[in-house]
Design a protein around this ligand. Structure first.
Ligand code: ADP
Ligand code: ASP
Ligand code: MG
Length: 406
């Protein structure tokens, strides 16, 4: 008997009819003779609504209370799915992240899974029950509920597949797999049959929200192939794994985009040892993660320092930075919150010249100004005006001939 972990995302559970659809799919997997553990996200936009509700009452929800609040979305969907399965004549039980043995650190809103204690799930599976686990949440050593960061139910699924030594980990969502670009933006985007962990990690980190980056990291770490497929259609989907063929590895896999980018520039910074740490340490202490950092070559020992943060962190980052800028005698602190990122990703770029030039010339032909550039061995990212991101993705998708990708 195989053990299969399936994860269903929020849009696949958005209403009672969709919950029934998921229940039929879970039941069919069980009928085929498998033991089934199902991880669920919150219904539809529930998590966004809970966030909005909290912020309608306070500008600074206490981190602990906020995580318990957000975790309730997944509790609701897990209980409803378990009830539906019971009503269909299947033995099922819902478990919270804590009951399912998901142990995390105490970094609220972005907790990392430290380990999985599979005992309770195994006990329920031994009673021939289908186990429904509330995704996106875990519990600290002190039994406080944490959440794993937006989109984190994917990570719950991969962690459980590793902890339970499952035969398969299936992520079911509202599209047919991993595409060459967001299929809701680019109609000509193609679904990929397979993709390697490294490329998927870059796509996910740079905006392709179809997979939570940490889920891909865990998949790679424990060598778990992850199938991403549709909750609604029986199409083959995309396999994320480590043994991707040479032909696939020689290409650009996709274009990712992210509209959640804000930029801060500290102008006229004295260029001396210790300045960067005096700026970035306090930001780290405030829990603000900084992405791209660019420091200009200094003229007469004065330089400009630019970096990006998530839009939601901008006002807090400015509060941290302003007094520091003053204390180091910087001239000015400026910010821009209307930015986006577009990234070209593929192992084909490794040690091959010409990809960056092609990206820059494509953007220039479209009249798109590049504000900042960052790269990894298999990725080139340009930070541009947020209003131009859609155009940029379309143009790059054409320029790298991704309509033909398979
Ligand atoms: P779920 O609710 O199932 O977790 P998400 O909304 O988190 O689903 O992720 C699925 C969405 O990711 C798709 O609807 C799609 O718009 C978006 N997406 C962005 N980039 C890609 C990509 N390269 N391939 C597939 N989907 C993508
Ligand atoms: N419900 C959470 C979110 O909206 C987790 C998830 O969907 O994976 O971010
Ligand atoms: Mg998701």
């Amino acid at each position: 008997m195989s053990l299969i972990v399936q994860k269903y995302g929020g849009s696949s559970l958005a209403d009672a009819k969709k919950i029934k659809n998921v229940a039929y799919r879970v039941a069919a997997t069980s009928d085929a003779g498998n033991r089934v553990v199902v991880v669920v996200s919150a219904m539809g936009d529930t998590t966004d609504e809970l966030v909005e509700l909290a912020y309608s009452l306070t500008d600074q929800p206490p981190a602990r209370e906020f995580d318990i609040l957000l975790s309730t979305g997944e509790i609701v969907s897990s209980t409803l799915l378990a009830m539906t399965l019971e009503a269909m004549g299947y033995a099922a039980i819902s478990l919270s992240g804590a009951q399912a043995g998901i142990k995390t650190d105490s970094a609220y809103s972005r907790a990392r899974i430290l380990g999985v204690n599979p005992k309770r799930i195994e006990k329920e599976l031994d009673k021939d029950r289908i186990v429904i686990v509330a995704g996106f949440q875990g519990v600290t050593e002190d039994m406080d509920t944490t959440t794993l960061g937006r989109g984190g139910s994917d990570t719950t699924a991969v962690a459980l597949a590793a902890g339970l030594k499952a035969e398969a980990c299936h992520i079911y969502t509202d599209v047919e797999g991993i595409y060459t670009a967001d299929p809701h933006l680019v109609t000509g985007a193609q679904s990929l049959a397979e993709i390697g962990y490294e490329e998927m990690l870059e796509l996910a980190t740079y905006g392709a929200k179809v997979m939570h980056p940490r889920a891909v990291e865990l998949g790679e770490l424990f060598n778990i192939p992850i199938l991403v497929a549709s909750s609604f259609k029986n199409s083959p989907g995309t396999l994320i794994h480590g043994g991707v063929s040479m032909e696939v590895r020689n290409k650009v896999s996709g274009i990712a985009h992210d509209l959640n980018v804000a930029k801060i520039t500290v102008v006229g910074v004295p260029d001396r040892p210790g300045i960067a740490s005096s700026i970035f340490e306090p930001l780290a202490e405030a829990g603000i993660s900084v992405d791209t950092i660019v420091q200009n070559a200094s003229i007469k020992n004065i330089t400009d320092l630019t970096f990006t943060v998530a839009k939601g962190d901008l006002s807090r980052a400015m509060e941290v930075i302003r007094p520091i800028a003053e204390s180091i005698d910087a001239l000015q602190c400026a910010s821009d919150s209307k930015l986006g990122k577009v990234s070209v990703i593929g192992t084909g770029m490794l040690n091959t010249p010409g990809f960056a030039a092609k990206m820059f010339s494509t953007l220039s032909r479209e009249g798109i100004n590049i504000q900042l550039i960052t790269t990894s061995e298999i990725r080139i990212t340009c930070i541009i005006d947020e209003a131009k991101v859609g155009e940029a993705v379309h143009a790059l998708h054409r320029a790298f001939e991704l309509e033909q990708a398979k």
